[in-house]
Design a protein around this ligand. Structure first.
Ligand code: ADP
Length: 191
């Protein structure tokens, strides 16, 4: 089981709340036949359980705080093992802090860093607008002002060391860079 997991492609998709991680991952997973694991989605399923732990997770998520990393890593590990036949994983919303990045390499059975990490850059205004709009549809209980503020704060305070960590490992990919590169090649063609 372990050997199989080791050969699978692992892609982390990180970005602020409302940056479009989940939406793009669904499309990418369908195109490449990868397994999409949205950590927020997995946690919402856990939060729906009528247990003490379920209620605790629900409270944390409603506030927009981070669920303890040990729980998140176990959940991710279990879900990756359950889908051992997948040829690749698109994992969105993970890691959210440096400890999670390091612990993944240490604790999750795959025992190595992801193949690449895709970062979604999005302006704060756009993220807030999208989340408030989604809040109006009632899809997500945490899309209210206080939680949005907390999620953004958590994101901005923790993402920099994470980005530096993966940059150092040369694993970081920013889709906007790819667009920039394409624009350059179009302009270069004029010169
Ligand atoms: P968003 O990125 O819009 O906040 P998600 O569905 O990705 O939405 O996450 C929702 C909530 O789930 C987060 O606010 C947090 O409470 C919890 N969560 C998601 N991913 C993680 C993670 N890697 N570590 C800890 N908590 C997480």
């Amino acid at each position: 089981m372990e050997v199989k997991l080791k050969s699978q492609t692992i892609i982390f998709v990180i970005g602020g709340p409302g940056s479009g991680k989940g939406t793009q991952c669904e499309r990418l997973a369908a195109k490449y036949e990868f397994q999409h694991l949205g950590v927020g989605n997995l946690l919402r399923a856990e939060a729906g359980r009528p247990t003490g732990q379920g209620r605790q997770i629900k409270d944390i998520m409603l506030k927009g705080a981070l669920v303890p990393s040990g729980f998140v890593l176990d959940l991710l590990n279990d879900n990756m093992l359950k889908r051992e036949e997948a040829k690749g994983f698109l994992i969105d919303g993970f890691p959210r802090e440096l400890t999670q990045a390091k612990e993944f390499e240490r604790l999750v059975r795959v025992g190595r860093p992801p193949n690449i990490v895709i970062v979604f850059d999005c302006s704060t205004e756009t993220m807030i607008q999208r989340l408030l709009l989604r809040g109006q549809t009632g899809q997500r209980a945490d899309d209210h002002e206080a939680s949005i503020r907390q999620r953004l704060e958590t994101h901005y305070s923790l993402c920099e060391p994470l980005i530096a960590y993966y940059q150092h490992k040369n694993l970081l990919r920013n889709p906007e860079d790819a667009i920039f590169t394409k624009c350059c090649s179009v302009i270069d063609g004029l010169l």
